[in-house]
Design a protein around this ligand. Sequence first.
Ligand code: NAD
Ligand code: UD1
Length: 365
Amino acid sequence: MRVLVTGGAGYIGSHTVLALLEAGREVGREVAHADGQKTGQTERQAAEPHEITIVDSFVNSSPAVLARLAELSGCEIKFHEFDLTDYQKTLELFQAEPFDAVIHFAGLKAVGESVEKPDLYYHNNIASALSVINAMLKTGVNKLVFSSSATVYGEHTPVPYKEDSGYHLEATNPYGQTKVIIERILNDAANANPGWKVALLRYFNPVGAHESGHIGEDPLGIPNNLMPYVAQVATGRREQLTVHGDDYDTKDGTGERDYLHVSDLAQGHVKALDHLEHQQEPARAYNLGTGQATSVLEMVEAFRRASGQAIPFTVGPRRAGDLATAYADPTRAATELGWRAEKTVDEMCADTWRWQSQNPKGYTP
Ligand code: NAD
Ligand code: UD1
C-alpha cells in the first residue's frame, strides 16, 4: 500500500514507519536453514510491501530521525516538511501522490501546555485533521488510521476501559478534547461517505524504544511523562524523580497505568491498516494496551533493574487531573485485529535504557 504517515518523524510515527517497512519486507523472504543455507522456498506472502511518505513540520521532532529510519530500514522514505494545518499544501501532496491510506499521527500532545494554550492545541490538532480529511475526500482516499488516546475515557469510566463503555467520551483537558472531537468528526465523515474505513486507535501508555537503540522518545525540555523522566534520572541528567502522590487506592498507593512497548504499538498500526478493508463499521475504535496495570513504584524498580542505576525519588503531592488507575480491556484488538501486546515491562525498560544511554541528549548531537 502507498501510505501517508503524518507526524512520521515523531516517537510513535517513526517506530510505525519501521514496522510498516518490515511488514513489507517479509513478503517473499527466502526461508533459510538454521545454518543460513537457503532452502529454495519462500515464506507465504503475508503482506503487501508498503511505500511510505512522511509529512512532518518538526514542531516536536528532529530531522535526524529520517536518516536513522533510512539506515535502519535500508529503504528510501519520501519526506515532505510542512504544517498540515495548511490545507492547500496538504491537498497538493494528495494530488501529487496517489495514496491508498493515511496514518494520522501529527498533533501536539503535551497535556499541561494544552491547558495553558488551548487555542494552539485546538487549532493545530483539529485543523490538521480537517486538512487531511478534506484532501482525502477531494482525491478519493478512503482509509485512515487515527492516533486517539485512552484519555477519551475521561474520569468516570470504570476500569478496565472497554471501547463501548458508554459513548459519552469526555476529556479533562484541551489536548484530550481534541481527540474526542476528531474521533467524532471521523465517525461522521466515515458514516457520510460510502466506502470510508477508519480505525480509531486508543493508545494507553506507550514507552520503550526500538531494540536497536537508534530511535526512541526525545521529549523537548523537562519530560512530563514518567518513563522519559525516569530514564533521564538514570543517566544523571535529572537529579531525582518526584512521585506524584502515594495515597491512591492502588496496590502501593501510587498511580497505576497500562504501559505498552512502542514497537508493539507500531505493530498494532500494521494490523489495523491490514484489517481496514475487512472492517464492517465505517469507523471503529480499538484499545491498544496490555490490560495490565503497573504502579509508579513498580516501574521505578523495573527501570532500576534494567539499567543497573539508582533512581532516587521523592514523594510529592498528587498531580492535578491524574487518575488512580487506568488500563485497557484489549479484547477487541485481539479478536478483530489479531493484535496483542507481547513485550514485558522489563523489555520496555531495557529498550528505553539502551536508547537513553546511547543517546543521552536524544537526537541532539
Ligand atoms: P510526537 O510529538 O513525538 O509526534 C507527533 C509528530 O507530529 C511530531 O513529529 C510533530 O512534529 C508532528 N506534528 C505535530 N503537529 C503537526 C502539524 N500541524 N503538521 C505537521 N506535523 C505535525 O508524539 P507521539 O508520542 O509520537 O504521538 C503521536 C500521536 O499519538 C499524537 O497524535 C499523540 O497525541 C497520540 N498519542 C500519543 C500518546 C503518547 O503517550 N505518546 C498517547 C496517546 C496518543
Ligand atoms: C499523561 C496524560 C494523558 C496522556 C498521556 C500520554 C496527564 C494528566 N495525563 O497520562 O492525557 O494521554 O500522558 O502522553 O498529564 N508520574 C510521576 N512522576 C512524574 C511523571 C508521572 O509520579 O514525574 C506518575 C503519574 O502521576 C501517573 C504515572 O506516573 O500515575 C504515569 O504518568 P504519565 O507518564 O504522565 O502518563 P499519564 O498520566 O497516564
